[in-house]
Design a protein around this ligand. Structure first.
Ligand code: ADP
Ligand code: MG
Length: 223
């Protein structure tokens, strides 16, 4: 499903270059649930951005779902994301002026908006958010906001879910609920890469990949 060979990512800043990922080689099988662990600044978010086609590497190759992601144009990457990837973030990234339902529909391809609308409602209902679809994010608890973000991530039926510290702003109960949702996606055959500091979150994964200063410090092949 995912194959990285010698991937490096360098950010050029006014203070010099930052090597966020340094010659990373790893593979992740279809249907695997992998936790990405490492201190702040170790390169977790950068790795997720590359896997999801939000950024391109400086060197190395990244294949995801049969596509050579680093070689795609930016419009091809947008298409790749729409067809393959769902994202969930620590800060939820909901649009404050849109309703819950419209926040989920932000991910919908223009051509299939009406079928997407039905599926968005179904997903929100599955997350216990029936009564909330006309509300604004500011009217929701953190746990509810993250469920809206999950519904948005799942709208296009992605094969790959990328989650960047998704429990970081949740209390214990909501964190458990979110991890249960991830577990459900995994049981249905979905592939998950979860960046997390949280040991309890990492325990849900099939395998832990550790990053330190942009390098993988744990075994790289699937068991
Ligand atoms: P993590 O998610 O593990 O905290 P990141 O991938 O966010 O790590 O960051 C890895 C390194 O790259 C850090 O040193 C960080 O400061 C740097 N970095 C991340 N994004 C940028 C950016 N857009 N510009 C410059 N440096 C960045
Ligand atoms: Mg991060």
């Amino acid at each position: 499903m995912i194959e990285l060979i010698g991937v490096s990512k360098v950010y050029r800043t006014s203070h010099g270059d930052v090597r966020a990922l340094d010659e990373v080689t790893l593979s992740i099988q279809e249907g695997e649930f992998v936790a990405l662990k490492g201190h702040s600044g170790s390169g977790k978010s950068t790795l997720l951005a590359l896997l999801g086609g939000l950024a391109v590497p400086n060197t190395g190759s990244i294949s995801v779902a049969g596509r050579d992601v680093g070689k795609l144009s930016s419009s091809e990457r947008a298409r790749f994301r729409e067809e393959n990837v769902g994202f969930v973030f620590q800060m939820f990234h909901l649009l404050p002026y849109l309703s819950v339902l419209d926040n989920v529909l932000v991910a919908a391809p223009a051509a299939s908006r009406s079928t997407s609308r039905d599926y968005a409602k179904q997903l929100l209902s599955g997350f216990g958010m029936d009564e909330r679809i006309t509300h604004r994010p500011s009217q929701l608890s953190a746990g509810e906001r993250q469920r809206v973000a999950m519904a948005r991530a799942l709208l296009n039926r992605p094969k790959l879910l990328l989650a960047d510290e998704p429990t970081g702003n949740l209390d214990e109960k909501n964190a458990e609920a979110l991890l249960d949702f991830l577990g459900g996606f995994h049981r249905e055959g979905g592939t998950i890469v979860l960046a997390t500091h949280d040991d309890r979150a990492a325990e849900r994964a099939d395998r832990i990949i550790e990053l330190a200063s942009g390098k993988v410090t744990s075994p790289v092949a699937a068991a």
